[in-house]
Design a protein around this ligand. Structure first.
Ligand code: GLV
Length: 307
């Protein structure tokens, strides 16, 4: 019983160590040092080289070391086994805290207080109450839900949009093209939680971003390419979009030449909104492997979109 482990865009050893502690009955092999392909029953991977997963004839499941499925969506061929996303509550927690932090920053206009402090100015100004402040979340997948629930619990007027109708406690749900139009027009801060697939590439284009009220803010925690950068930059230039907190970018790391660095009202963070900690996430992965071993379905199984 062996598991292949590969965190191809980072360090694999911490994952091997953490998984070994949770699954002592398995042998763990750090890719590419795989003694026998036939022994591999599980592949725990992130950004694994395309095509390689076809090389393990006894594979029972592929477990992804993260929430984003854009890399696996690009595989031309995959073995016919369940693909399991990593749904780590610790990551959902961190991402929703990241969003809450920036929503509060925008709602109370803390940037203006910072600027006032720079010139020793002691002056209060009126800002909307949370119950008057409309935050719209795009996407009702696991992260979109988590974020929406956290905002609602904190008293914000929380709206959520997805392609089909979804129900989230204390959140006003919108769906479809008309729902999107209505929601965008009544937004103070827009939070992007849409996954990157063909149909969401540049989903937030000039047309949709212009449909937001003047002075709206943007938070992006999913993938950079869901936003058309040129459109966002133009709307920041014109002041239509007041500010943006961006954690993800079309190309990462963000290059020195990116125009985003030039904007005082663009708050850049290096894709840290929801870090995955091997010690916590390995327990979730190990639970899923045990479920499969006991003949139960793992959670959540990922169904690749037909592009
Ligand atoms: C990180 O961005 C992830 O998708 O888990």
């Amino acid at each position: 019983m062996a598991i292949l482990v590969n965190n191809h865009s980072g360090e694999t050893k911490p994952w091997v160590d953490a998984l070994a502690a949770c699954l002592p009955e398995f042998e763990l092999h750090s890719y590419p040092a795989i003694p026998s392909n036939a022994d591999i029953e599980y592949a725990v991977v992130w950004h694994h080289p395309h095509g390689d997963l076809m090389n393990y004839p006894n594979l029972k499941a592929i477990l992804i070391l993260g929430a984003g499925m854009d890399h696996i969506n690009k595989e031309l061929e995959l073995p016919d086994v369940p693909i399991v996303r990593l749904l780590d509550p610790a990551v959902g927690d961190e991402m929703s805290q990241y969003v809450l932090y920036w929503v509060m920053h925008f709602q109370r206009d803390y940037e203006r207080y910072r600027q006032q402090a720079n010139i020793k100015q002691w002056q209060r100004f009126k800002t909307p109450l949370a119950r008057e402040y409309r935050v719209s979340v795009l996407g009702a997948g696991e992260i979109g839900r988590y974020v929406s629930e956290r905002l609602a619990i904190n008293g914000f007027v929380t709206q959520n949009w997805s392609r089909s109708k979804k129900v989230i406690d204390q959140v006003q749900s919108f769906y479809g093209d008309d729902g999107l139009k209505t929601m965008l027009a009544s937004t103070d801060t827009l939070v992007n939680c849409l996954p990157l697939v063909d149909s969401t590439h540049h989903f937030l284009d000039a047309h949709k971003l212009s449909a937001l009220p003047k002075g709206c803010n943007i938070i992006n925690i999913s993938r950079g390419a869901v936003i058309a950068d040129n459109a966002l930059l133009k709307l920041l230039d014109s002041g239509h979009i007041a500010a943006a907190a961006l954690d993800t970018f079309t190309l990462e790391p963000l290059s020195d030449e990116s125009p985003y660095w030039q904007y005082d009202n663009v708050f850049i963070t290096p894709h840290m909104s929801g870090a995955t900690y091997p010690s916590l996430a390995s327990q979730v992965i190990a639970d899923n492997i045990r479920r499969i071993e006991n003949g139960e379905p793992p959670f959540p199984i990922y169904i690749r979109p037909l592009n």
